[in-house]
Design a protein around this ligand. Structure first.
Ligand code: AMP
Length: 485
């Protein structure tokens, strides 16, 4: 095959770093994107996290920036030359750690800034000078306002997971950030799908981009068994438990549509003896890292998560995925079930459909171009009338306590899920740590998995709208969408 990294004539420090990573050959997105990015052309790439996308843009970008490499201690000699924007702190951290590995034998500096962390250490790093800046949009704007980040020498901008950034409502932030960048630059846009909004974004900010698609968007893996079961809200937990037991599944992701629902469901499952962790946008960075680590080690059986919190994390090949809520956005269905059945392994995706969800199921059918069968899941009636009713009563009490605000569907979700870069920027300082992001998820060993909690005795376990007056845009923000977002 021609997909060897040696065909790229990468500079020695980069080639050495790649060799050290142990990569044998390029992934499809790398084989297609690297030669194009090396020519300096704009790229519109359809690729999800997990495809080797980070190396696909960062290796050629580093190669082209090597001409600026210097050992000076003067910050002025290390202006930001490349900006990588991502929707969530986990993704930003993950991508920055990877770039640091690829750049480790060069003099190029890479820093990451995201919300939920003290700004001071980030500021110090920015003031020392960095060539590659990885950031979430909200926190980057904070640093721009504070004059910690100057972007007038940026040559490359990468909009990574662009569809997710738009979905969260980051369009105004992106427009604002892009207005600070020089017009003469290379723009790389990566997105899982090329929706009309993404195409419009590309139309506004990319120049004659080369389109690269490694897998047909909106394609679900044929190795995933997709099941749709009708279930009233009160019965959903029982269906989850019954399916896990029936199939002998040890670990699963459970997706919900809101942060409130996420915490509530995790607690309900926990009360029923399942070892559960919740992953959503209101958890601190430390809590999220701990939850993921515990799941990777097999200490947690069920990871209940929202789409944004789970997107792009390096946890793959989970035996089963449950859509406790049918996603509001059909594309999220594809992302969710993409967690299971990878690399030829078979996986199970169970979607629990309440009567009012049929329209959402129809949207999924349309997107994946497959007729879906919504079946009844036979629950054991005796069990349903006995011990569960107490659990339900308890859950309702719990719901009432927590239901401070009514659900407002999709708009509510957006509001909830947007990374709280601004609001949460005063949490105590915490060093960015990343050890397990580097390790791909591996299923726990048999011994670890043997004692799945539903088989053993119950365990106890554990858009921004206001713009600062400090910002003086050099030119008007492009009017991307007529009505705005
Ligand atoms: P990404 O899609 O960039 O998040 O990459 C997902 C994972 O694939 C990371 O753990 C990378 O270290 C790994 N990876 C990237 N490129 C290659 C390659 N050519 N061969 C094997 N693994 C790779």
């Amino acid at each position: 095959m021609t997909d060897s990294f040696s065909n790229l004539s990468l500079a020695e420090p980069l080639a050495r770093a790649v060799a050290e990573m142990g990569y044998e050959s390029m992934t499809p997105i790398q084989a297609q994107a690297i030669p194009v990015v090396l020519t300096g052309k704009d790229v519109m790439g359809a690729a999800q996290t997990g495809t080797g996308k980070t190396a696909a843009f960062s290796l050629p970008l580093l190669q082209r920036l090597l001409k600026h490499e210097n050992t000076s201690t003067s910050p002025a000699r290390h202006p930001v030359r490349a900006l990588v924007l991502l929707p969530t702190r986990e993704l930003a951290d993950q991508v920055a750690q990877q770039i640091k590995l690829y750049a480790k034998y060069t003099q190029m500096r890479c820093a990451v800034v995201f919300g939920g962390m003290d700004m001071k250490p980030q500021t110090l790093e920015l003031k020392r000078g960095v060539e590659i800046l990885v950031a979430t949009p909200g926190r980057l704007l904070d640093h721009i306002e504070a004059k910690n980040a100057v972007l007038n020498q940026v040559e490359y901008v990468v909009l990574d997971e662009a569809d997710r950034m738009l979905d969260i409502g980051f369009l105004p932030d992106l427009q604002r950030i892009l207005s600070f960048l020089p017009k003469q630059r290379t723009t790389l846009l990566f997105s899982a799908t090329f929706s009309p909004e993404i195409k419009r974004l590309a139309g506004s900010y990319l120049q004659d981009p080369i389109t690269i698609e490694v897998a047909r968007p909106n394609e679900t893996a044929s190795t995933v068994e997709q099941r749709f079961y009708t279930a009233q809200d009160d019965d959903k937990r029982r269906v989850v438990k019954a399916v896990l037991k029936e199939r002998g599944i040890k670990q699963a992701f459970i997706f919900v549509n809101s942060k409130l629902g996420c915490g509530r469901l995790a607690r309900s499952l926990e009360r029923e003896g399942l070892v559960t962790a919740a992953l959503h946008g209101d958890k601190t960075q430390d809590e999220r890292l701990k939850a993921l680590e515990a799941f990777k080690k097999g200490e947690v059986d069920l990871l209940v998560c929202t789409d944004v919190a789970a997107r792009g994390l390096d946890i793959k090949d989970v035996p089963a995925v449950f859509n406790f809520d049918v996603p509001f956005n059909a594309e999220d269905y594809v992302h969710r079930i993409g967690r299971t059945g990878r690399a030829g392994a078979s996986g199970l995706a169970v979607t629990l459909v309440s009567p009012s969800d049929m329209r959402l199921v129809a949207d999924i059918e349309k997107l994946i171009k497959t007729k879906l069968q919504v079946e009844n899941y036979p629950l054991d009636e005796d069990r349903s009338r006995g011990n569960v009713s107490e659990g339900r009563r308890e859950e309702r009490r719990d719901d009432r306590r927590e239901e401070r605000r009514p659900e407002r569907g999709f708009e509510r979700r957006r509001e909830e899920e947007a990374p709280r870069d601004r609001r949460s920027s005063f949490r105590p300082a915490q060093a960015s740590r990343d050890p397990f992001f580097e390790k791909p998820y591996e299923a726990p060993s048999l011994e670890q998995a043997a004692a799945a909690s539903w088989e053993a005795s119950p365990k106890t376990t554990a858009s921004r709208t206001g713009i600062s007056a400090n910002i003086k845009p050099k030119r008007k923000v492009a009017a991307l969408f007529k009505s705005g977002e």
